[in-house]
Design a protein around this ligand. Structure first.
Ligand code: SAM
Length: 229
């Protein structure tokens, strides 16, 4: 599915979130870099927006990895990073979250922007993915997740769900010329877990403590899950 949308992916992200997606990635970047990590991975990196934000702000000696299992998305990420002169600060790695090609405890921080839903929503490999992510984060390190969430207010929730079905799905499908891709986005975002359920998933594999902040009344949430020292 992802290999068919890269050409319009960034444009649609900006359009469908009114440009807020980049703001949320910037907040996540600050959280990722706040502990001055030496090794950071943007997992499910897609077209690399989080990796590029990290590269803009990370210190010279921070190793940055942009990983995704979809080569066309990662290729676009590489081209974008090269264009902005940041290509040499990022290692691009084709990798499936189910089998990350890194040693135990390799990363201080892993960031995932809008990919956690793909890894966990009705996904039979959820547990495998989360255990693998946990495995490669060092004790005291953290996982930072930016993802769609469920607004707390009933009215805002209904409006968001209506927006997803009646605007985001048809417009996304039409612009990307992929009939299923944005219907899947709308369906999975409408039915995705609330923050408490995300915390439960993360807690089951050992993350502790887990904290979250809601943005736009819960349309998006950032979870920060730590690996105990
Ligand atoms: C919705 S996109 C998010 C891309 C990007 N992080 C962003 O902020 O826009 C989800 C990405 O997750 C990747 N992905 C999904 N499942 C994956 C897996 N098992 N391993 C690695 N990448 C995966 C897809 O290829 C896609 O690029």
């Amino acid at each position: 599915m992802f290999s068919k949308v890269p050409h319009k992916y960034d444009f649609l992200n900006r359009l469908l979130t009114l440009g807020m997606d980049q703001k949320w990635r910037k907040i996540a970047t600050e959280i990722c870099l706040s502990s001055k990590p030496k090794r950071v991975m943007d997992l499910c990196s897609g077209t690399g927006d989080l990796a590029i934000e990290l590269a803009k702000r990370a210190s010279e000696d921070t190793q940055l990895v942009s990983a995704d299992f979809c080569e066309p998305m990662l290729e676009l990420a590489r081209r974008k990073a090269d264009k902005t002169g940041l290509g040499n600060k990022i290692i691009f790695q084709v990798a499936d979250a189910a089998e990350l090609p890194f040693d135990d405890y390799y990363f201080d921080v892993i960031g995932i922007a809008f990919g956690f839903r793909n890894l966990t929503f009705k996904n039979p490999k959820t547990d495998l993915y989360l255990r693998e992510i946990f495995r490669v984060i060092a004790p005291g390190g953290k996982l930072v997740i930016v993802e769609t969430s469920q607004p707390r207010s009933y009215i805002l929730k209904r409006l968001t769900h209506l927006y997803l079905s009646s605007f985001a799905a048809p417009v996304g499908n039409a612009i990307s010329r992929q009939s299923g891709a944005y219907s899947y986005l709308a369906y999975s975002a409408r039915n995705f877990y609330d923050p408490a359920q995300v915390c439960e998933l993360l807690s089951k594999v050992g993350f502790d403590p887990i904290d979250f902040t809601l943005y736009w009344q819960g349309i998006t949430a950032i979870h920060v899950a730590e690996v105990p020292s």
